[in-house]
Ligand binder design. Sequence first.
Ligand SMILES: [Zn+2]
Length: 704
Amino acid sequence: MAHDPYAPCMCGSGKKLKFCCQDILSDLVKVEKLIDNQPEAAEKLLRSLIAQHTDKEVLVTQLASVLTRKGQFDDAREQLVDFLRRHPDEPRALLALADVCLATQGFDASRRVIHRAFQLGARQFPAGVAMLASQIAQQMARAGRAMAVREHLALSVRMAPPERRNALLMQLANFESQRTVPYPFRGRFALLPVELDEELQQEESRARKVSQIGCWEPAAILYSRLVEKQPQNGALWHNLGLFRAWDGRIEEAAKALHKAADLIDDYDTAVEAEALAQLLDLEFDTDAYSIVQVSVPVESVSQLLTSLDADGRIARMPSNANEENEEQARVAAEYELLAEPLSDEVDPENLPDVLADITVYDAEDSSESGPQALIVALDDDIKKATEAFRDVAGDLAGSDDNDEPTPVSRLPQACRLFDWKTHHAEHLGSSHFRKIDRQRLDSALQKWLEQPSKSLGDESPLEAAKDANNLVKVGASVITLDVVCNRMGYDPDLAEIRSRLGIPVPLKLETDENEAITSLPLLQFARLAESDLSDDQVVDFTNRVTLVRHLLLIERAVAELIKRPTALERFTPMRAHMLRATVAREKNDLSMASECFADARGSVAENQDAFRTKLELDIRELSFRLDDPTDRELPALLTSIRERYFVKIPEIEEVIREELVNSGCTHLLDQLQPAAAGAGGGLWTPEKEEKAASSEKLWVPGQD
Ligand SMILES: [Zn+2]
């Protein structure tokens, strides 16, 4: 193969071959051939080449990659450091060294070299920067530094070559939909504009520039000098806080943001800075509680289930038909251990709390591990729960050598007030269950108002709000409350809380129609005036809050969406109506849900998918209505489902039957039998829907 001396060099330096590696070309080709299948030979050749050509970056980076693949990190690092001593600004050697340091010492110890590699590599080797950034994101995720995770992922998307970008965007979307991460951290944050005199402004611009390429420590250093000169500038403190948070320094970030909140004049901006600071405080607060688990070896699973079933404090959960993964398939039964035994007559208004979840697993075929029971509870309850289980299981439970609990997850103390689980007696229906939950939420919110809070100097919100100097802190604590509730699965309307505290309603945000809604910080979404948005912005708004799953914001967004035909079409009407129905269900508003289903049916296009779409809608409506087992529309809906679908798609009957049993609606099973002699003339006649394929995978309710 002839090599054009004026083509870019194969080493990737960007220089022309003639001025780069022409003298070692044949050796490089040899290395390339050896590197995958004969790494030892490649290593030997590279070492001898390096001895002759001490200035060739490609040789040392190749050797380093052979060595790291063999796990010889120290050797790889030595080679790179040695080379960089002679050529300190070679970007690819720096990127390679940063990679080795990150893998062996972690991000905190490697910051310097990483940021130097970013700075020197960003323009010429953005793919290398992208790769490093996504690895840093993974480390940050393990360390629980969410803002740094998101910003490093966003950086890697910006820097990635087109063929890698989609995979990284998927990673980013995946992160943004993680419920365990407080929702504001799942979106981006924006630097505030800063006004300075000319000389300082230049420094400020430099900081923004290096921030763009992920050099958040250098940016923070530049900014630290600026705040020294202008200690009263709130915007500077705010941006410094963001740089530090993106750099994974949460505590220092929180400090800067508290300071910013004290100094910023605009009330809502100050509140948002303070809220962010409070949320970061929660991330490193040592005052936390844990969910833990204990695994108990057991024997004779069927005998054990009989004992568990017979005990009043232990309630069996309906079995989950979706045994998708192997672990699910091993589940013999799932139970709740209750705080008090269930009486024969369950009082619907006084359902017991769940103390622990117990899952009994069958033995694993493929390995040694025998059957076991997994007990999951709060750290305060686990001992009691394990003892209660052992009491019931008796000799069927194995030795208690391993009863030491292992942590499943850890939550800040602020979440504890909203962390409860009520036993769900199926025959009462989900609707009743949600009502009970709502009452508990209301009393928890009341408690929150009266309970001392760390972020308010150990005063309660009600007390603190009496002093006008505290309004920013109290306003921020309401936002923090919203985030905490969302994390625990609730999205209460906090308008009443605000008015009880006498704090201002957040001002509506001014937006112009060219502004990208998606680039707004999520903390500001509550301040959007949806009626002022353009159609495109309403669609983006809805998509964004759906990803974040904030129920109250979804409700607002989708209510606006259905008023706008163009926007609705872009979003797809069916999706919008079903989203509204989900909101209605969560709010226990059955009449609104009915309206949504009617709208959804109205939007079904008459095409080959119509039959299937209508079937899905009917099954979904059924599953919604089963929330209230006494719903009067249920018999008619079941009759119509039976008449329409049972003959054409027989497997539907089993799906419906199971759904009825699992929702505690066995009293409706009769409706699935055709009534004797003439069901009232409502015979369904097949029309063009005849073709509807029944072989495709069936949609099964209860997965949304
Ligand atoms: Zn070259």
